[in-house]
Design a protein around this ligand. Structure first.
Ligand code: UD1
Length: 367
């Protein structure tokens, strides 16, 4: 395959977003699909391919897990080899993971134009891995696809050198397409509750939370105090951290652990839950779109519109033990009611087509 447009991804949410990007971009150009292999467990990788009908990647970099430097270094060198031999005319990267940085940097160093999907997200913690990744990639990208007006504003304020286009969020495209395929939460394998029992759905995976025994213990205690049972779909890192910190066998009896869920089951749980507790950016938006009140256990969120619209409430992990139950209770009964907020802060589900138009319009092909 020569002269193609490369689309790079490697983690669970990136495979989900790639499902629509590969299709939209593939309608116009030959696409080289590159999976870095950052996520490799069946539940995080192959299950998403299967559920969303994503074609097999053309190249699999097989990098696996490792310290940031090791993982990013492996992605950088392996992606550079691929780009050197295949010479894509542009490289699309998504989000803020080590796969985004490694593949983007490999392309930029070869003077291949980089298209950054989900550009312009910003957090105050400048040393968080994701913040480093997204700022660096935004600095050298030729086309910056901002999912929201705020993201576009951040990029303009920073005077980035590439072309900034507000495209909306491809995660909404995927959700819109799959809305009528969502199973009932209670049909999830291993569901521990009666079919109609109300529940809170939780996902936690960020290193800032899981690496800190006190913070993680605090959040687990807070979840245990919630008046409803909690279904926690645990990322592999979270399960390992619970074991490492001696929390696994001391989980509150109302907190039920499930393995990581496929995209469709996870969305079914978000839709059917009374409330969602998460530290994932993806789940915050999914709850916002599906009308489920969300509590984010972080100091801040890049998806600031969800908080402004009262769909999402922040609770710092250190305060989770005391505040989580009350905040959930109040939020569920809150003034916005269930889903009484505007849902269009991140576009209307046509982001992939807008990104395709932005790529075409930027003239990257002749660069
Ligand atoms: C990565 C992203 C994060 C994103 C998340 C989506 C970075 C810096 N972080 O975090 O922004 O929100 O993906 O899920 O890129 N592991 C497995 N099996 C797997 C993958 C990982 O067991 O298939 C375990 C390993 O112990 C690994 C740990 O999870 O060390 C963390 O994985 P890693 O790829 O480093 O980052 P995530 O936490 O998944």
């Amino acid at each position: 395959m020569r002269n193609s447009l490369a689309v790079c991804y490697g983690t669970r949410p990136q495979i989900i977003k790639a499902s629509v990007l590969l299709q939209a971009l593939g309608e116009r150009w030959e696409v080289l699909a590159v999976d870095t292999g950052q996520h490799y467990d069946y539940e995080l990788n192959a299950l998403q391919y299967k559920q969303l009908g994503v074609r097999s990647p053309d190249v699999y970099l097989e990098v696996g897990s490792g310290a940031h430097a090791v993982q990013t270094g492996m992605i950088l060198t392996r992606a550079a080899d691929v780009f050197t031999s295949r010479r894509p005319w542009a490289v699309v990267v998504i989000g803020d993971t080590n796969s985004t940085l490694g593949c983007g940097l490999a392309a930029a160093q070869l003077r291949i134009p980089v298209i950054h999907v989900e550009a312009g997200m910003r957090a105050a913690d400048a040393l968080m891995a994701e913040e480093i990744n997204r700022r660096v990639v935004d600095a050298f990208s030729s086309v910056l696809c901002a999912p929201s007006a705020a993201a576009e504003r951040h990029l303009k304020l920073e005077h980035v050198s590439g072309t900034v286009v507000q495209t909306g969020d491809v995660a909404r495209d995927v959700l819109v397409r799959n809305l009528d395929r969502l199973p009932l939460a209670a049909d999830t394998a291993g569901w521990p509750l009666k079919p109609d029992a109300p529940f809170v759905f939780a996902t936690l995976h960020r290193a800032e939370l899981t690496d800190d025994a006190r913070r993680l213990g605090n959040v687990m205690s807070g979840l245990g105090e919630v008046s409803l049972p909690v279904i926690l779909a645990a990322h592999p890192r979270t399960k390992t951290a619970l074991e490492r910190h001696g929390l696994f066998h001391r989980l509150p009896p109302t907190v039920h652990l499930l393995p990581p869920l496929g995209y469709l089951q996870s969305l079914g749980c978000v839709r059917d839950a009374r409330a969602v507790v998460t530290d994932s950016g993806g789940v915050q938006r999914e709850a916002y779109w599906l009308g489920t009140p969300c509590v984010t256990v972080r100091q801040e969120t890049e998806w600031e519109e969800t908080v402004e619209l009262a769909a999402n409430v922040l609770v710092p992990p250190g305060q989770a033990r005391e505040r989580l139950p009350g905040v959930i209770e109040h939020h569920v009964r809150g003034p916005g009611g269930r889903g009484g907020w505007s849902r269009d802060a991140y576009g209307s589900g046509d982001a992939a087509a807008r990104i395709r138009d932005a790529v075409e319009g930027c003239g990257a092909r002749s660069a």
